[in-house]
Design a protein. Structure first.
Length: 178
């Protein structure tokens, strides 16, 4: 949303600049130059905005990760998994059938249930992840959290070959500082 607003402001600034410089859209040469300039600036801004967001998420400390909303945590994981070389698809925010991300690497498809919690993640998250394997035709499932897991969640994950990444796992894999 913010990138779109910035792009609109930049486009408006380019039009004002073109008008101030004496370019009019009735003079095709100068009008075309102004439009090309505005479009180039808008494209650059969108690209730079994406790079800034990516850089921001890649450099977050755990204290900031702990304060993300659930959806922001999913977007954070999307960028982190991409950085690790995965192709990543973020699922719909509602009706996700138990998976928040679908990641692929080396021909393997993995569904990921993301939980940004203040307490340990329970058995329900593992059940959701297991249930999403068939829906997304995945090879396996994973639950990723900024917290830890209950013993029941660890037991069920072990029985269903669900990989669990807790707080210390993501710190190690994503190279996050506390």
């Amino acid at each position: 949303m913010r990138r779109i607003n910035l792009a609109k402001w930049l486009l408006m600034a380019a039009v004002i600049f073109a008008y101030w410089r004496g370019y009019t859209f009735f003079d095709s040469t100068h009008g075309e130059i102004a439009v090309e300039y505005a479009m180039t600036c808008a494209i650059c801004l969108v690209f730079l905005g994406k790079q800034m967001i990516k850089s921001h998420y890649l450099n977050l400390k755990m204290k900031k990760v702990d304060k993300l909303s659930g959806r922001a945590f999913e977007k954070y994981l999307r960028i982190q998994f991409r950085h690790l070389g995965y192709r990543v698809k973020l699922t719909e925010s509602s009706h996700d059938y138990g998976a928040d991300l679908v990641v692929k690497k080396r021909g393997e498809k993995i569904v990921v249930q993301a939980k940004r919690y203040e307490k340990n993640v329970g058995i329900a998250a593992v059940q959701e992840a297991v249930g999403s394997i068939a829906y997304y035709d995945a090879d396996r499932a994973m639950v990723v959290t900024n917290s830890g897991f209950t013993q029941s969640a660890r037991n069920l994950a072990r029985q269903n070959d669900v990989e669990l990444w807790g707080r210390y796992d993501i710190q190690e894999k994503f190279k996050i500082r506390e």
